[in-house]
Design a binder for this molecule. Structure first.
Ligand code: F6P
Length: 407
């Protein structure tokens, strides 16, 4: 049973592309699953809905000196603040204000208008330029930027961020706040003055790597697979194309917003066939998911390695996890980049939709070992077939780890 003093406002803070919406969705998801009525109030949505004719794609719309636009943006913020208040005083329990809220002035307005229940401010910070860049690249694909080329839209969006930086003042004076590194899910700084009923649950959610639904797939059969050759950039065989078609049908009724692949043709081809039966699905190529670099052995078959490079063959056999191919990598040296790839994928996949990664044999072993404990020496032997996929769920309430056949 909901009591009044359990109600809470959460106010997101941060520059654009710092992961605020991802965090907001994560919180909403966990609360909703625990029967805590929660709603997100997003200023950007109002702007896109009601100011479509005002060139909101243009950086100038966000220039603090542009009084007219600033007034309009303030109006949208006020609408959402009022709606949030109405919501928690009616059927709701938690209202999340999802907007930049980077100026101290805006936050004072919020505190003044939401004085009936406690407020928790959550600031998201991500200093990884590459990921911020990728996130911007995703954002400028939205219809708001449809009249610009990708390069032009990127310029406008970066300028928009610079305008927000002019009025940005990090959290520090607020009664209750958390500043977090939204890429690594780490708390940077926090202050708790009031008794916030959901605080430990929120904190726990922020620092947990939540996997709502991850489909981990290996690319389907390639010409190199047929010859048992490693590395390279081979294409799918007709059988591989057929397998990818089965995958596409398998996922036809499951919404996949993003498919993350490596930069290799075999993963991209598999992804494109899956996307052909999806609506509104974006493929993102991550170099972090490229297959293990086998250095001097690239393109060789295991048979050839045994015959022509017996020292490589036996040294790898003796300690497969720690062995590094001359001029290439080992499982041990891949670990860090795979971890970064996983972080990127989860950061970019904002909504808690299904997420899909199409990787390679060694890559998928490393990804699996990230979610499922395995002794190091067992990681290079994890089963990664081409006709089955792994489905992983790891939330605070639910753990699923299943191997499903798709053809
Ligand atoms: O499909 C073959 C492959 O992905 C190679 O490109 C890679 O070197 C190999 O599998 C990794 O598996 P293992 O570590 O068992 O040799």
């Amino acid at each position: 049973m909901t009591t009044k003093d359990e109600r809470l406002y959460i106010v997101m803070v941060g520059l654009p592309s710092q992961g605020k919406s991802t965090v907001a969705y994560r919180l909403k998801d966990i609360f909703t699953k625990n029967d805590i009525p929660t709603r997100i109030f997003n200023n950007g949505q109002l702007r896109r809905q009601y100011a479509r004719d005002r060139n909101t794609w243009a950086a100038e719309f966000y220039n603090p000196g542009n009084k007219e636009a600033a007034g309009l943006r303030r109006r949208f913020a006020l609408i959402n603040i009022r709606r949030a208040r109405e919501y928690v005083n009616a059927a709701g329990e938690v209202a999340i204000l999802d907007a930049t809220n980077v100026s101290a002035e805006r936050r004072r307005t919020i505190e003044g208008m939401l004085d009936d229940h406690p407020i928790l401010f959550i600031e998201c910070v991500n200093n990884d330029c590459e990921i911020v860049d990728m996130s911007i690249r995703q954002k400028v694909r939205s219809p708001e930027f449809s009249n610009l080329s990708e390069a032009e839209a990127m310029v406008e969006f970066r300028k928009r961020i610079d305008y927000y930086k002019m009025i940005y003042s990090p959290l520090g004076r607020e009664r209750n706040y958390i500043r977090m590194d939204s890429l690594h899910n780490k708390i940077l700084d926090e202050r708790l003055t009031d008794q916030l009923p959901l605080y430990s649950r929120i904190r726990d959610c922020l620092v947990t790597d939540v996997v709502r639904s991850l489909y981990l797939i290996r690319h389907t059969e390639t010409y190199y697979n047929v010859d048992d050759r490693i590395g390279g950039d081979a294409e799918l065989t007709p059988k591989g194309i057929g397998q990818a078609g089965s995958l596409a049908r398998f996922f036809q009724r499951k919404k996949i917003s993003y498919i993350f692949t490596s930069e290799k043709r075999r993963t991209i081809q598999t992804a494109e066939l899956i996307r052909s039966l999806q609506q509104d699905c974006t493929i993102v190529h991550l170099k972090e998911f490229n297959e293990i670099n086998s250095g001097v052995c690239e393109g060789m078959s295991y048979d050839e390695i045994q015959r022509l490079k017996p020292e490589v063959y036996s040294a790898r056999k003796a300690d497969k996890y720690n062995y590094e191919y001359p001029g290439g990598e080992g499982y041990n040296t891949m670990k860090e980049r795979i971890k970064i790839g996983i972080k990127k994928a989860f950061y970019l996949n904002q909504k808690p939709d299904n997420i899909m990664i199409i990787g390679h044999r060694a890559v998928n072993r490393m990804i699996l070992s990230h979610f499922l404990y395995r002794r190091q020496e067992d990681v290079p032997y994890i089963y990664v077939p081409q006709n089955k996929l792994y489905h992983i769920v790891a939330t605070q309430d639910r753990k699923v780890f299943e191997l499903l056949r798709f053809c």
